[in-house]
Design a protein around this ligand. Structure first.
Ligand code: GLC
Length: 650
């Protein structure tokens, strides 16, 4: 029965009841479950620096050295145990290293499986997963594949580059990787370099304009944990594109060679672009170059590997430029440092490299580094600096709170909207070099005759770093070939004959799409090795790169330009190609198409006027191979087409 109490008494009684209830609840709570103590590093409300310091204080040397170690997917794909036992801090997919089923869901499932093994470590430190999303997430079937950087440099459109990097980040993060080894901010000074197409251009000032790619990847400060952002990597620090032809060791002709230069020229051609990348765009990672630098003012003959270069990595990048992110080695990059393994490990770490990309030697890297620390040859302060940088990235990526893939955007991978952006980028990257009697754009119901090795080959138009490391002519990805685009845009009849063996009407305009087959790194060096590791080639020798049209392409150009009413030549390549003056004189139109990616329709859009030609040369187009290296600003400068050249239509 409830007795009615007088006012004051009622209030007093009520208070007693409430207090008693509260006490009971507290007691019950305390008894119900053991209090799960949240350690400071596990508390997202604390500043990152405080979380890093707390976690670092709890780590053994094994924990720390493990964080500094990144190995390849194939080492742990069938058995993830080493991730836990070796306390691995990072994993990667090299070019072509994919889950058995190459689908976005399989990627996310694979990386989440790796993550579970990482969280099984005593301190539950999540793993970083890196990938070369250098023109879209080219490894992943179904990803939107954008033009390579040389074409993006031709657009002179920093906002477009930011937007397509954002799409790339979204498609990459939704499938698991939280880190891209991009953008390359190299300035390609000699087009004989197999990685010329990974450069936005020969002039560092153009490269700097395109560093908006970092903003697209990472988003504004504080957004790295978003579902559509990834950690970006400025690479390859520094001078990867400044090496001297013939200076490389082994069978490489220029890739991984030596920049023989003085500090002022090196700053102008290879170093200055890192300042805005670090200070304006806040890039989260930097990757050293395989190449070396040999200072002429110190007397040449003493090349220093960038992976061993403490002056440039620690003193300049981390010191003068105030880089606070992490330095990740290139693939087995320290293996090229002179000396035995212990020397290579010690030198690379002491130079300032924080995480070592060791696809095959991660165990011995860890044990050797521990030995070097215990012997006092690598100071613990260097280890703590490296681990702090790595942990900071992981906290900022939100991996401690959300270690598993956020699949919010997985359904948008390869979406029509993303392909529309790729189509626009392909169109804006086209550079019109010749347009006699305004043959372009092709108007009205004009019949066209299409020929050439690259007219209907999406593998060739995508180039390297697409499904496989080297790319390949038989690599097929979702998208449109240039021929597909021509068929969409032409209003007259379209005849296609790859080798121009079909009859050619003299009323037709010929479109001959020619150029290079895919390659990556040193395998694209002019005079470089013929053999490719690409499993798709099964060791089939590749034609040595000579920066020329193939004999077959030259014959096709001759045939079509002799018979058709007009002829337009479209060159799909990773760099300028040397053109025969006689052939050039027979062309009415000439287009540098670069490596347009998955949307060849964007190329057709400019040929038929759906979009105007607006592109400008990102690199100088030489007359002869003997002119290389030839760059804007050279004293004697007489190219076929100069840097910045490009005719407009519309
Ligand atoms: C390669 C390249 C580098 C790439 C890395 C991982 O050798 O030099 O650009 O990010 O290995 O694939």
């Amino acid at each position: 029965m409830i007795t009615r109490l007088n006012g004051r008494a009622r209030l007093a009684g009520l208070a007693t009841v409430v207090l008693a209830a509260a006490a009971l609840m507290l007691a019950a709570g305390a008894a119900r479950a053991p209090a799960t103590t949240v350690l400071p590093y596990e508390d997202p409300s604390l500043p990152t620096s405080q979380r890093v310091a707390d976690l670092l204080s709890r780590m053994s040397l094994q924990d720390k050295v493990g964080q500094m170690t990144q190995t390849e997917r194939y080492q742990v794909y069938d058995d993830t145990t080493p991730i836990t036992t070796w306390r691995l801090g990072g994993l990667l997919s090299g070019g072509g290293s994919t889950p058995t089923n190459n689908t976005p869901t399989a990627w996310a499932d694979m990386i989440d499986r790796f993550q579970r093994a990482a969280l099984a470590t005593p301190l539950h430190i999540p793993i970083l997963y890196g990938i070369d999303s250098v023109h879209g997430d080219g490894n992943m079937y179904g990803a939107t594949v954008f033009p390579h950087n040389i074409g993006l440099g031709a657009t002179r459109d920093p906002a477009l580059v930011r937007d397509l990097a954002h799409v790339t980040a979204s498609e990459t993060r939704a499938s698991g990787p939280q880190w891209t080894f991009a953008p390359c901010i190299c300035a390609a000074r000699d087009d004989r370099w197999g990685r010329t197409y990974e450069s936005f251009g020969e002039d560092p000032r153009l490269v700097i304009q395109m560093e908006t790619a970092i903003d697209g990847f990472q988003g504004p400060p504080g957004h790295l944990s978003d579902a559509d952002r990834v950690l970006a990597t400025a690479k390859h620090y520094a001078g990867d594109g400044d090496t001297v032809y013939g200076s490389a060791t082994g069978d490489y002709k220029i890739d991984q060679g030596v920049a023989v230069t003085n500090r002022q020229d090196f700053w102008n051609n290879a170093l200055r672009q890192y300042v805005p990348a670090v200070q304006d765009h806040n890039v989260g990672a930097v990757m050293p170059s395989y190449s070396s630098v040999d200072w002429t003012e110190d007397g040449v003959g003493n090349p220093i590997k960038m992976h061993a270069n403490q002056e440039l990595i620690t003193n300049v990048l981390k010191g003068t430029m105030h880089f606070h992110g992490l330095v990740v080695s290139d693939w087995q990059g320290i293996h090229q440092i002179p000396g035995d393994w212990a020397t290579q490990v010690r030198t690379g770490v002491n130079a300032g490299i924080d995480m070592m990309m060791e696809p095959n030697d991660y165990q011995s890297f860890e044990t050797t580094l521990m030995d070097e620390v215990n012997a006092g040859r690598v100071p613990m302060s260097r280890i703590d600096d490296a681990v702090s940088r790595i942990l900071t990235a992981k906290f900022e990526l939100g991996l401690f709170e959300h270690p598993f893939t956020n699949r919010t955007n997985i359904g948008a991978i390869g979406s029509p909207a993303h392909h529309a952006l790729a189509r626009r980028a392909a169109a804006e990257s086209q550079v019109l070099l010749k347009n006699s009697q305004q043959v372009l754009p092709i108007r009205g119901h004009q019949g066209v005759y299409v020929a050439g090795s690259n007219a209907d080959n999406i593998g060739n138009q995508a180039g390297g770093w697409t499904l496989t490391w080297q790319g390949g002519s038989t690599n097929v990805i979702p998208g449109t070939t240039i021929l597909d685009g021509i068929k969409q845009d032409a209003r007259g009849h379209v005849t296609y004959s790859a080798d121009a063996s079909a009859p050619i009407s003299h009323l037709d305009v010929g479109i001959v799409v020619v150029g290079e087959t895919p390659y990556a790194e040193g395998f694209g060096d002019v005079g470089g090795p013929q053999w490719a590791y690409d499993p798709g080639d099964h060791g089939v020798p590749r034609p040595v790169k000579d920066m020329q049209l193939s004999a077959a392409d030259k014959a096709t150009v001759d045939k079509v330009c002799a018979a058709a009413r007009k002829c337009v030549v479209v060159i799909v390549s990773g760099r300028p190609l040397i053109l025969d003056p006689g052939q050039l004189s027979k062309m009415d139109g000439l287009v540098a198409s670069w490596l347009p990616g998955s949307e060849g329709a964007g190329v057709a859009d400019t040929l038929f006027g759906a979009r105007p030609f607006t592109g400008k040369l990102p690199v100088t187009w030489p007359r002869t191979l003997a002119q290389e290296p030839i760059n804007v600003g050279d004293k004697s400068y007489d190219p076929l087409y100069p840097f910045g050249y490009g005719l407009r239509t519309g």
